[in-house]
Design a protein around this ligand. Sequence first.
Ligand SMILES: C[S@@+](CC[C@H](N)C(=O)[O-])C[C@H]1O[C@@H](n2cnc3c(N)ncnc32)[C@H](O)[C@@H]1O
Length: 261
Amino acid sequence: MTDIEARIDTSRPHTARIWNYWTGGKDNYPVDREAGDRIRELHPGIGAYARADRLFLGRAVRHLAEEAGIRQFLDIGTGLPSADNTHEVAQRVAPDARVVYVDNDPLVLAHARALLVGTPAGRTDYLDADLRDVDTILEAAARTLDLDRPVGLMLLGVVIFVEDDAESYAVVRRLLDALAPGSHLVLSHTVVHPSMPDVDAAVAFWNENGTPRLTQRTPEAVTRYFDGLELLDPGVVPCSQWRPDAPADPVAMYGGVGRKP
Ligand SMILES: C[S@@+](CC[C@H](N)C(=O)[O-])C[C@H]1O[C@@H](n2cnc3c(N)ncnc32)[C@H](O)[C@@H]1O
């Protein structure tokens, strides 16, 4: 057994794997599928969040590459390779785009090779690290990205796993502080919302059974991650409704894009 295989825990559902299950992937275990089905019973809409979040990622990266001229991306909490990963969307617009992926799940590491096949003109790299290890991430990212030029910082569905509010804001702030003006933050986050009470039951089930624990925040609290940035229209909204290609129902996963002045 390799070191990576030894780190894969198939006794408890893991977020990367359940996300993969809900988006139709095959890189998950029975324990993930069972929990995924139970959560879907508690909140039938939840699978749609994962799909809406991936589509939001695609629209945001396309905007950054096409409209904002971003050619470098730091995608933390990458998840298991899926259709339209960040480098694929970015390199369709700009073949020379560079992407550094970061995740702390061993199964994502095991599948990382799929993330490292980009265009000959571009570059991708993968880092097995924790979002909280900001210095390690920045030092490693600087081997592939020029941090003196704008970067698209992708934090989709990942700061929800930093339970302490102050620490979660500080991590995002420290990452942004290290990036050049013109950099953009793309962030999505599960929310508590009075109109969607059954999300809370699904999250409570996850926190009893899955790993890592997840923290919901209010839409206002999610907007605070963008403090000091120029928040792009339409602001922090259900990620399904961030510049949608077609009219979409709201989801309890909010997202936004902000530009560092
Ligand atoms: C809900 S998935 C989101 C995946 C992808 N960003 C997306 O939006 O489709 C969360 C991902 O964050 C990763 N993750 C959770 N906590 C993390 C941490 N502290 N540091 C790095 N990655 C983390 C998980 O392993 C998982 O792959």
